[in-house]
Design a protein around this ligand. Structure first.
Ligand code: AMP
Ligand code: MN
Ligand code: MN
Ligand code: MN
Length: 285
């Protein structure tokens, strides 16, 4: 077997840049991946491919195999589920339409969150949030940063815990694309849809399995067997699910910035040998 297709290579297929809510620019992320001996990296910013596009040439000239990607915020059964699209054609019409739609949803959601915050006497304008996000997509971390800057909260964790997280006043009904539609768009765009961080959803096991059923019925092909820092039991659990369901296995740090409690890009254990790595199905490899 071509060694580049085995599980024994340093692969990281989930990472963020400043194009969404990561702290490193696309080229800084490529440099970090090279420093950490990554063989294959996917940049999977939230609902945008701009970070990937900015890094592509830079990665190519430095010999890093950069895979196109995106992390799409979707809704399934009224709940938020993140779907990573890997090895997509970032210029395909179904991808650009999907991402345009998501950008609008992000703006609308931001306005809804700001409306809620105003009710509890924490006024913030859309302009303030957009200034913080720059040209990039607005995410809740940008709102949280404005809350910190205005002295409403002391840190990001508190902003989420008190105002922006699940069940809090800023937890507005989301306007994301349906999971099935995101999966279809990713496949029409030549990519592989992967369930991101499956251990992070607050779902019972049976609900999670129902979500996986629907995902596969829509044409979804992969699942993150390794996501960031997780217990080996969790890895084993998702390896078993991947094999039972004939799902391709992905692995990713979900790197946003250097923190003590999470791996940096490329600092992950190897996938279990029993699984089929998702990159064996990449067209671009
Ligand atoms: P959004 O895509 O706008 O819904 O923002 C979600 C992002 O917010 C996640 O990808 C994380 O980067 C970040 N996030 C979520 N929860 C927390 C938290 N409790 N503390 C800090 N950042 C968080
Ligand atoms: Mn994020
Ligand atoms: Mn996510
Ligand atoms: Mn992510």
């Amino acid at each position: 077997m071509n060694p580049s297709l085995s599980t024994a290579v340093n692969v990281d297929l989930h990472s963020h840049t400043t194009a969404s809510d990561g702290h490193l620019s696309p080229t800084e992320l490529v440099d970090l991946a090279l420093t950490n001996n990554v063989d294959m990296l996917a940049i999977t910013d939230h609902d945008t491919v701009v970070g990937y596009q900015d890094a592509k040439k830079y990665a190519c000239t430095r010999g890093l195999r950069l895979i196109s990607g995106v992390e799409v915020s979707t809704t399934w059964a009224g709940q938020g589920v993140h779907i990573v699209g890997l090895d997509i054609d970032p210029y395909h019409i179904t991808i650009t339409q999907l991402l345009t739609r998501q950008a609008e949803a992000r703006q609308i959601r931001c306005q809804m969150i700001l409306h809620q915050l105003k009710k509890v006497n924490l006024p913030i304008t859309l302009e303030e949030v957009q200034a913080n996000a720059g040209h990039n997509h607005i995410g809740r971390p940008h709102i949280a940063q404005v809350m910190i800057d205005k002295g409403y909260v002391s840190n990001m964790a508190k902003a989420f815990k008190k105002y922006l997280g699940a069940g809090k006043i800023g937890d507005v009904k989301n306007t994301w694309v349906d999971l099935a539609d995101a999966v279809h768009a990713i496949h029409h765009g030549g990519g592989i849809a992967v369930i991101a961080h499956p251990n992070h959803y607050k779902m019972t096991r049976s609900k999670l399995l129902r979500m996986i059923d629907d995902f596969q019925e829509s044409g979804g092909k992969g699942i993150e067997v390794i996501s960031g820092k997780q217990h080996p039991d969790v890895t084993r659990k998702f390896a078993v699910i991947a094999n039972k369901r004939a799902l391709l296995a992905s692995t990713g740090s979900d790197f946003h910035r250097h923190v003590a409690y999470a791996p940096a890009v490329g600092q992950l254990p190897l996938l279990p040998e029993s699984v089929t790595p998702v990159w064996t199905a990449f067209q671009s490899v």
